[in-house]
Design a protein around this ligand. Sequence first.
Ligand SMILES: O=C(O)CCC(=O)C(=O)O
Length: 283
Amino acid sequence: MSRPPGHPIQASAGAGERITGEHKAAFAADGVVKVTHAVTDDWIERVLGVADQQLRDPGKWVSDTNPGATENRLFTSRYRWSEDPVIGDFVFHSGMAQMAAALMESRTARFYFDHLLIKEPRTTNPTPWHQDIPYWPFMGKQICSAWVAMTPVTVEESSLEFVRGSHSWDAYYAPESFDGKKGFMADFEGEKMPDVEANRADYDIVGFDVEPGDALFFSSWIIHGSPGNAGDHRRVALSTRWLGDDAVWYPHPGCDPIITDDDTVADAGEYPADDDRFPLVAP
Ligand SMILES: O=C(O)CCC(=O)C(=O)O
């Protein structure tokens, strides 16, 4: 898993200038902001091509609730960037790094991983309410995702919802499996996630309807989730994960085991200056 040939670090330098003071203020206060038309149509076609290809011939890091089905299926594929030229190109040249850095008020953005998320029509599986940071072997406030819609999606059709401002709660909720099979694990780091869904009125929940190419940038600390896809068309999104200046390598009980201490030159508690695993994309 290292930088693929043909993807030198190259500026999508102007992309950060798309981010306005208003975007930054919303991201800081709410923990999430929508940037419309964040990527151009050619990216959308190319990523939708990857989605078709992945459904036909899944990569190594896949989850799939209903293999082969065209309905009621939640499919995800991760860590494709070093093998798939489209995803690699997206990581280095779509401008997500520059926008993420600008929103995090970070000088730099290193790439962590890509996450393709497909919900076929009439998929009942929600994405449960969670924070990202406890799932990841990093610590820091300047860590975020750029979730880009590749199909039009309303909240009813499974666009993302957020508990506004929850990135500032100073709470750290233990990872739980998304299929609900494994609940709270006492040996994982973090408290039990409260039942947001059952108590929606108690939370300041904001959801975003999006068009293809719109991006939701959100803090890795914000509580978020999405309902199932009640609609009759496929929902496709590509999330990329970004590490800012204050990120440190922090492997801990419960975090994603795909990249471990053995796979990186990063040292626990230190900035992850590992250009092969976590390439510096911005500036
Ligand atoms: O697309 C989804 O339903 C979930 C996305 C998500 O949780 C994420 O990108 O962190």
